[in-house]
Ligand binder design. Structure first.
Ligand SMILES: Cc1cc2nc3c(=O)[nH]c(=O)nc-3n(C[C@H](O)[C@H](O)[C@H](O)COP(=O)(O)O)c2cc1C
Length: 211
């Protein structure tokens, strides 16, 4: 195997200039639905990149849990690394890569916490194991062993054996309100299509970028 020989030609689609007049949320919506309907694995998985006080970007996958013109929401532990980074620098980027469709979407914007009511409602919709997991895991902290994690899980399982499992106070959602979008469709000979949108004076300005 030679790593240099790993490459693909992209031939599945293209983006004509009519997309320059489209609302980027509408375009996102149609691409997202195509990703879901094409049956690809984890279509809602997106790389969330943040920059904390050390100035280095950090990326990790989180799951998109909702989108509208208000923004793109995901849920996590507010005390995690990403939570700490967003507390000092609430600017982030999201990246979707759907290789089966030869598509990538980049979004940058400003991040705010979702309301407690919204976080509570989403928390309560999660499977019981995930709700116990949120209580069990001090996400991103060093832990002495896997055994300790499993003991904590068993303790919370017992504690909440009957009745509701409340949302931990340190757990909830964020919403990224986009300032820019970039839609990328792979094309032949690396002459890909890239349509970029930027919010200016409360309207969207679009442009085609060189691949
Ligand atoms: C497919 C996939 C989905 C994930 N979804 C989430 C998620 O929705 N929320 C979350 O906090 N972590 C999620 N994770 C785990 C994160 O990638 C990451 O390990 C964790 O949030 C800790 O990140 P941090 O230390 O940078 O805060 C997911 C990981 C994968 C691979």
């Amino acid at each position: 195997m030679n790593i240099r020989d790993i490459r693909q030609e992209y031939t599945l689609g293209g983006m004509d200039d009519s997309h320059l007049n489209e609302n980027p949320f509408t375009l996102f919506d149609s691409w997202f639905k195509e990703a879901v309907n094409s049956g690809i694995n984890e279509p809602s998985a997106m790389a969330l990149s943040t920059v904390g006080t050390d100035g280095y970007p950090q990326s990790r996958i989180v799951l998109l849990k909702g989108y509208s013109e208000e923004g793109f929401s995901f849920f996590t532990n507010y005390e995690s690394q990403k939570g700490q980074a967003l507390a000092v620098n609430p600017k982030a980027s999201l990246l979707f890569f759907w290789p089966e469709l030869q598509r990538q979407i980049r979004i940058t914007g400003d991040v705010t916490k979702t309301s407690k009511e919204e976080s509570d409602a989403y928390f309560q919709s999660r499977p019981r194991g995930s709700r116990l997991g949120a209580w069990t895991s001090a996400q991103s902290q060093v832990i002495p062993s896997r055994d300790l994690l499993e003991e904590r899980y068993t303790d919370f399982d017992r504690k909440y054996s009957a009745g509701d499992i409340p949302k931990p106070p340190y757990w909830g959602g964020y919403r990224l309100k986009p300032l820019t979008f970039e839609f990328w469709q792979g094309r032949e000979s690396r002459l890909h299509d890239r349509i970029y949108f930027r919010q200016e004076d409360s309207s969207w300005k679009a442009a085609r970028l060189a691949p």
